[in-house]
Design a protein around this ligand. Structure first.
Ligand code: HMG
Ligand code: MG
Length: 349
């Protein structure tokens, strides 16, 4: 494990903000993405194209996409932005902005800013570990991916997306076909993999494996296995990962997405790291929660995960001090406590 590279997918701007009741100005959301881009993170899930009557907080994601395309945030490493969507309508809405910008001959980061505030100056290398910077770092053009989502139980799938699991897979077929045509990589989430708010803590790991195999066969590039409720424990995580391996799923096709409701997210992450997983989702400041998982709290705090992985000798490329400042800043903006213990401790040093 020592010296291995771990990819952190920062989901704070999407998972972290989607459940906030207060209306968050789009300028704050954009600033969050821009600040995160300066920390050495390589992947940021920046918004979602879901039905606004279901998740009103994400209604202005096209403005965030517009901004990222038009004036890519300054970053020390090339960044991939991910955009969550549940159906073809979400894909159409995403493409309306994405295709308009990417197909226009004049589209370039050098363009004027169309009334948006000027992006912050280049951060310079700071404390970012040069060893953790990929060799293609010279190409700073951001990349984009989409994420789709289903779940391991029927009840959760109904609550979250108003359809059965089988119907959710059907919805993905045209999305995957079009994404392939457009060279857009697709990540697929499987929610409630370690416990369901409606069906309890014992979700069948074979169901998760069966879904993961189907999604990969349908053309998904990566599966993010999600502990939506935080009911996962170290033994359950190990059992799930063994079941996924036994089903023939490569570790490199998997990401783990832990919510920290029971305080087990870090322990579960270490179990997954030991098992060979190298992609982990997290939210700065421990923001987040799913509106359709009552009582579930935020994702594992990115600062805590980075601190933990660095202590184990893994390389994330993330500057924890810069990240801790972002966690403190966004917590203040949202008038909530900073949920990252490592973030607060780093700032107090
Ligand atoms: P529905 O009500 O069955 O959809 O919702 P519908 O097709 O009947 O459409 C209803 C209305 O929504 C229509 O508008 C559509 O046009 C509109 P109206 O005619 O009433 O004015 N609509 C849309 N508008 C914008 N964008 C769209 C869209 N689709 C329909 N994409 C639907 C079905 C799937 C749309 C809905 O259930 C939905 O949007 N669900 C998303 C729920 C969500 O965002 N959950 C949180 C994200 S997942 C998560 O957090 C878990 C994760 O973090 C992993 C983990 O931790 O587990 C990823
Ligand atoms: Mg989540």
């Amino acid at each position: 494990r020592g010296g291995d590279h771990v990819r952190i997918v920062e989901v704070g701007p999407r998972d972290g903000l989607q459940n906030e009741k207060q209306s968050i100005p789009v300028a704050t959301k954009i600033e969050l993405v821009e600040r995160l881009a300066q920390t050495g993170l390589k992947t940021i899930e920046a918004g979602s194209f879901v039905a606004p009557k279901w998740v009103p907080q994400m209604a202005n994601s096209s403005e965030i996409l517009e901004r990222v395309l038009q004036a890519p945030p300054q970053s020390p490493v090339p960044i991939t932005y991910q955009w969550l969507l549940p159906n073809v309508k979400g894909l159409d809405n995403f493409l309306k902005t994405w295709e308009a910008r990417t197909s226009s001959p004049s589209s370039s980061s050098a363009q004027q800013n169309n009334g948006y505030p000027t992006p912050p100056p280049s951060p310079g290398p700071g404390n970012i570990d040069p060893d953790a910077v990929p060799s293609d770092a010279a190409d700073q053009t951001p990349k984009h991916e989409i994420s789709i989502f289903t779940a391991a139980t029927e009840s959760f799938t109904q609550k979250n997306t108003n359809c059965s699991i089988a119907e959710s897979l059907k919805r993905f077929e045209p999305i995957l076909t079009r994404a392939k045509d457009l060279n857009l990589p697709v990540r697929a989430y499987i929610s409630v993999a370690l416990g369901c708010p409606y069906e309890g803590p014992n979700v069948d790991p074979h169901k998760v494996a069966e879904l993961a195999v189907s999604l990969l066969e349908m053309g998904a590039d990566e599966i993010s296995v999600a502990d939506t409720t935080g009911m996962g424990t170290a033994p359950k995580t190990a059992e799930l990962l063994k079941t996924l391996s036994a089903a023939g799923i490569e570790k490199s096709d998997l990401a783990l997405h832990f919510h920290d409701t029971y305080g087990q997210a870090l322990v579960n992450s270490v179990v997954a790291l030991e098992h060979g997983i190298r992609t982990f989702d997290a939210a700065v400041g421990g923001l987040g929660g799913c509106p359709f998982s009552p009582g579930a709290t935020g994702n594992v705090a990115t600062e805590d995960l980075v601190h933990c992985f660095h202590s184990l000798g893994a390389k994330t490329g993330v500057d924890i001090e810069k990240l801790a400042e972002v966690g403190e800043w966004i917590s203040g903006e949202l008038s909530r406590g900073n949920e990252s213990r490592a973030g607060k401790a780093t700032l107090a040093q």
